[in-house]
Design a protein around this ligand. Structure first.
Ligand SMILES: Cc1ncc(COP(=O)(O)O)c(C=O)c1O
Length: 381
């Protein structure tokens, strides 16, 4: 079956008891056992819940994995991966990653003796140079956050495996509509389901998808032992979100491309970072690695200092001033003061997250309305 058909049908069979076309929401926390110690598939909702299972089954199919685990948030999912590591283990993380992941690795995983090195993942030689004999995990995002850098997933997988490490890919920005990292050899795909999978800014969730059953079992053991699971209502909303994922993402990509084209000719814009522009250093790679679109996230630098960039993001009306992304509503933010405020200022500077950088999450509104909104914010600068 094609992607969009699987998004609707895999794991989402009608309820045999009633014929309900939409599988019911199972709020139960516990399940009656056939005999003492003889549970059927489900016994307790931290260990497994039918509504969560339905979402996990659909997502695993869309990412091409052997299984999936749903979490209470994207960070809970990434935290679960970090708990695979032991004291002295080393992580090489892309420099262009979500600020919360940076914080998790530097401030939480470090307490367990895990060491971290940041490297520009779009330059495989820099990533390779950061590897040491204790490296067990390479962690990247493509497109990266907030600079939209594109990383060669197959190259990274080969590099990781050559050094006995796993490759983990945060696929939140690309979604499985555009890129399926497991097909390029990645070991773990992670999602903030809060973003495109949910798609409507009303659910917080996360997920992991893997293709190796042994790795799935290890991650499941940690998830069940630590308990950061996705709740049934959130699982239900995520399953509903997946049904329209492809349509939403394709349309959002189309509008993002129009906005990128508009911004790249604007006199008040220094540069536009969008993989769909031929001027983007990762454009050719993105054409090979992303199917039929370049994502709906874009960043641009305005010719302004920190205060003026702050004023700009505060003066749009349709683009709402908020962190997060991937929803039907368009959002705007200033990474230096918002999503990437948890970066050390020196790391921010070193990796090109400038004060004048503005990040857009393009939603489903009409392009003309979004352009007019940006135009009036430029006029107010
Ligand atoms: C790319 C990316 N990864 C991970 C996360 C963390 O996800 P959550 O907020 O669902 O914990 C975010 C949140 O903004 C994100 O943008």
């Amino acid at each position: 079956m094609q992607f969009r058909t699987r998004a609707i049908h895999v794991g989402q069979a009608c309820d045999p008891a009633t014929g309900a076309v939409v599988p019911p929401l199972y709020l139960a926390t516990t399940f009656v056992q056939r005999a003492a110690g003889e549970a059927a598939e489900f016994d307790y909702s931290r260990s497994g819940n039918p509504t969560r299972k339905a979402f996990e089954t659909t997502l695993a199919s869309l990412e091409g994995g052997c299984g999936s685990l749903a979490f209470a948030s994207g960070m809970a999912a990434t935290h679960c991966v970090s708990m695979l590591l032991e004291p002295g283990d080393h992580v090489v993380a892309g420099a262009d990653i979500y600020g919360g992941t940076y914080r998790l690795l530097h401030k939480i995983a470090s307490r367990a003796g895990v060491r971290v090195t940041l490297a520009s993942s779009q330059h495989l030689d820099q990533l390779a140079a950061a590897i040491n004999p204790r490296t067990r995990l390479i962690w990247i995002e493509s497109p990266g956050n907030p600079l939209l850098s594109i990383t060669d997933l197959a190259g990274c997988a080969e590099l990781a495996h050559r050094h006995g490490a796993w490759l983990g890919v945060d696929n939140t920005f690309a979604t499985p509509v555009l890129t399926r990292p497991l097909e390029f050899g990645a070991d773990i795909v992670m999602h903030s389901a809060t973003k495109y999978l949910g798609g409507h800014s009303d659910v917080l969730g996360g997920a992991l998808v893997v293709q190796n059953p042994e790795l799935l079992a290890q991650l499941y053991f940690i998830q069940n032992a630590t308990g950061g699971v996705m709740a049934p209502w959130e699982s239900f909303l995520c399953s509903r979100g997946l049904k329209t994922l492809e349509l939403r993402v394709r349309e959002q990509c189309r509008t993002a491309q129009l906005i990128a084209d508009y911004l790249s000719t604007h006199s008040q814009v220094e540069r536009v970072l969008y993989p769909g522009l031929a001027s983007h250093p990762g454009h050719e790679l993105a054409r090979r690695q992303m199917q039929g679109g370049f994502g709906a996230m874009l960043s641009f630098e305005i010719r302004a200092d920190f205060a003026a960039a702050k004023r700009f993001v505060e003066s749009t009306r349709l683009f709402q001033l908020a962190v997060s992304l991937g929803s039907v509503e368009s959002l705007i933010e200033q990474p230096a003061s918002m999503s990437h405020a948890s970066y050390d200022p020196a790391d921010r500077q070193a990796h090109g997250i400038s004060d004048g950088l503005v990040r857009l999450s393009v939603g489903l509104e009409a392009f003309e309305d979004l352009r007019a909104d940006l135009e009036q914010a430029f006029a107010a600068l």
